[in-house]
Design a binder for this molecule. Structure first.
Ligand code: DGP
Length: 121
């Protein structure tokens, strides 16, 4: 599978589609999910063109990998839900068909602001 430059998150990264930005640095962009499933539902995406976590772990640089992992904690702190400052949250990434991935640009969901319930339904 090759990366689709016209996926919605690629368009957000290029500034062609607006987003409610939470945080941005050299490695990541974070914004609120358009269709929130919990009180707080944010997305954290790498700036590089990676389809999913397997693609990312195979092809991204160590700096990009560290940047994305740290980005999740930075965003959770900014949102006031980090375990350092509050009650925590759930992060997950859907990978390909069985994972239920809809947008083919790697993203981590962050759910919080309330108890997020059972892990898998
Ligand atoms: P997934 O199923 O893991 O690929 O989740 C994709 C998520 O992306 C889904 O929760 C809805 C969100 N989403 C889709 N299109 C847009 C958009 O244009 N803007 C924002 N902010 N989120 C979007």
């Amino acid at each position: 599978m090759t990366y689709d430059d016209n996926n919605i998150f690629a368009k957000i990264l290029r500034g062609e589609i607006p987003c409610k930005k939470i945080y941005e640095d050299e490695y990541v962009l974070s914004f609120h999910d358009v269709n929130p499933q919990k009180k707080i539902h944010a997305l954290v995406i790498p700036k590089g063109k990676y389809i999913n976590l397997d693609d990312f772990n195979k092809n991204a640089s160590e700096k990009e990998i560290v940047g994305l992992m740290k980005g999740i904690s930075i965003v959770s702190k900014k949102l006031g839900i980090s375990s350092e400052v509050a009650h925590g949250y759930r992060t997950l990434s859907n990978i390909s068909e069985h994972g239920g991935q809809e947008v083919p640009h790697l993203h981590f969901h962050i759910f919080g602001g309330e108890s997020v319930g059972k892990m898998v339904q």
